[in-house]
Design a protein around this ligand. Structure first.
Ligand code: GAL
Length: 544
């Protein structure tokens, strides 16, 4: 099921440095030691979990990589400058461990870093400056994949440098890729650069089989909001052989409720993230419900769909705390995800014309139930439920049609907010944006047309490149903006990241109430009073 192939299409269009790294056409799947064992794995632990992949049925579902994360290496290199495995914790050595894993018909996943030291281990050398020696050692040990981290990138003492150009540079990751390509062993290359810097997927998508696009997942529900919103501009670069990695799963770690584990696994699946188990694969140590979540074949099939296209955000209702995501699947099918971020039951109405569907057969992949949907469909969602549907036999319809576009050029800017003239390729479509929008500022559009009175769909073109390298606190990478239509009360909307820098436009579709048919509507944008900037505003498109 999990076949690797050489993706040569990309290589042809790019410099030779991107070469022939082995890439899986669908997202990598497997198990990694870090989320449970941190930097303290050992031989017994790795073997036990490898065996668990087989015994609990995971291998046969496609989870076939066993990765030993941080904590395997000794603190010194040997006389030939080769990294060594810690002899106390891995007494049999890497070749024997590799044989054990290969004998189970699994792949041996290795881990190092493009810095002076391994993450979390200031005394343990990593691969910077030793790339060729290390790549050869990885090959000699029988490694099949390499997760390549980004700690101590600029000094042996500072673990996390997310701001310096050297730390953000592709160079160290390219050097290792070249070294891997000089060995005679096929290896999948998993970048763990955390998405720092600008326009990251432009180089990570062609270079790696996957690339981590955020700081580490945290053992709590709130980590999902941060990562999913940060993933938006990355997953649009996902395709066969190149997968934005939302980080390892926290399923089975007592971090989430069963419903939240469905939500997490479903989101990772429809966004085509690698599915890397972080729980302990020993029946007595992991809830049966968690095993069931990760063994759901219908959800795995969404993740492993041959089109390898990630779902995108279709519409967001921020104050109501739900949104709709959708993406294409093979055989003219579609995945539809309706996400209830709210910790309460709620009934929502989804206008399927937003995804060009008038009616379809629908399969609820969590409930294992067939049904059908059409028109404006009502769903009752449980607290923190992601309703995940595979649509087939789709009858299409026109998506809502545009009746007018207003650029910030047409608006009146008040307070600190300021018009910015962007470059020719920037701030599309009109090369202008309004920045510095805080709660005291306003951007007012007058004479806005509407085909009818009441609620209408409005596409907001915005820019947000709030990269937050946060893990455990509540900080997020969304930015809030309020809109008021005519004399109605302002409402708040949360914007995900838009693109790869502060000049790449993103689109958020919303439903706004309070319009009056005709050409006399006023829409006022402002920052939300949370002490943070709003996203930059580019324009708005009014739909019929
Ligand atoms: C982080 C990485 C994690 C884990 C950790 C090890 O940089 O993102 O996935 O590998 O290092 O300390």
């Amino acid at each position: 099921m999990f076949i690797t192939s050489r993706i040569t299409v990309l290589a042809a269009a790019l410099p030779a440095v991107y070469g022939t790294t082995v890439k899986s056409p669908t997202p990598p799947m497997g198990w990694n030691s870090y989320n449970h064992y941190n930097c303290q794995p050992n031989e017994t632990i790795i073997k036990q979990n490898a065996q668990g992949l087989v015994d609990l049925g995971f291998r046969d579902l496609g989870y076939n990589i066993v990765t030993v994360d941080c904590g395997w290496a000794a603190t010194t290199r040997d006389e030939q400058d080769r990294l060594q495995w810690d002899k106390e914790t891995f007494p049999s050595g890497p070749e024997a461990l590799g044989d054990f894993i290969h004998n189970l018909d699994l792949k041996f996943g290795l881990y190092s870093g493009a810095g002076y030291r391994m993450c979390g281990l200031p005394d343990t050398p990593a691969s910077l400056g030793y790339e060729e020696i290390d790549a050869q050692a990885f090959a000699d040990w029988g490694g099949d994949t390499l997760k390549y981290d980004n700690c101590y990138s600029t000094s042996p003492t500072e673990m996390v440098d997310v701001t310096s150009p050297e730390s953000q540079s592709p160079d160290r990751f390219i050097t290792m890729e070249k070294a891997l390509n000089q060995t005679d062993r096929d290896m999948q290359y998993f970048l763990c650069q955390w998405g720092i810097g600008q326009n990251v997927p432009d180089w990570t998508a062609p270079l790696g089989n996957s690339w981590r696009m955020s700081n580490d997942i945290f053992n709590a529900w709130r980590a999902l909001w941060r990562i999913v919103n940060q993933a938006v501009p990355h997953v649009q670069h996902t395709g066969p052989g190149a997968f934005a990695d939302l980080d390892m799963l926290i399923i089975g770690l007592n971090a989430l409720s069963v419903e939240e584990e469905h939500f997490h696994f479903g989101f990772w699946s429809m966004l085509k993230s690698p599915l890397i188990i972080g729980g302990v694969l020993v029946e007595a140590e992991i809830p049966a419900s968690s095993l069931e979540v990760m063994r759901n074949e219908e959800v795995i099939a969404i993740n492993q769909d041959p089109l390898a296209k990630a779902a995108a955000l279709v519409i967001r209702y921020t104050e109501e705390e739900w949104d709709v995501w959708a993406g294409p699947l093979s055989d003219d099918r579609m995945v539809l995800g309706i996400a209830n971020w709210k910790n309460e039951t709620q009934t929502v109405e989804v206008d399927l014309s937003l995804v060009g569907v008038s009616s379809a057969a629908s399969r609820d992949v969590w409930a294992h139930e067939d049904g059908s949907i059409s028109g404006v469909q009502t769903f009752e969602l449980k607290p923190h439920e992601l309703r995940l549907l595979v649509l087939s036999d789709i009858e299409t319809t026109e998506k809502p049609s545009s009746i007018a576009y207003y650029s910030v050029q047409d608006a009146t800017v008040g307070g600190q907010a300021a018009l910015v003239d962007c470059g020719a390729d920037d701030c599309l479509p009109n090369h202008l944006k309004v920045g510095s929008i805080n709660a005291d500022a306003s951007v007012t559009f007058e004479g806005v047309s509407s085909a009818h009175s009441g609620e209408i769909f409005v596409g907001i073109d915005f820019i947000n490149y709030e990269y937050t390298h946060t893990i455990g606190d509540w900080a997020t990478n969304t930015r809030n903006m309020t809109f008021a239509v005519n004399d109605n009360e302002a409402k708040r909307w949360a914007f995900p990241l838009a693109g790869g820098d502060w000049y790449e436009t993103g689109r958020l579709m919303v439903a706004l109430d309070g319009f009056v048919a005709g050409d006399e509507n006023t829409v006022v944008f402002s920052g939300f009073d949370d002490g943070h900037w709003a996203p930059d505003l580019v324009g708005l498109e009014i739909f019929e």
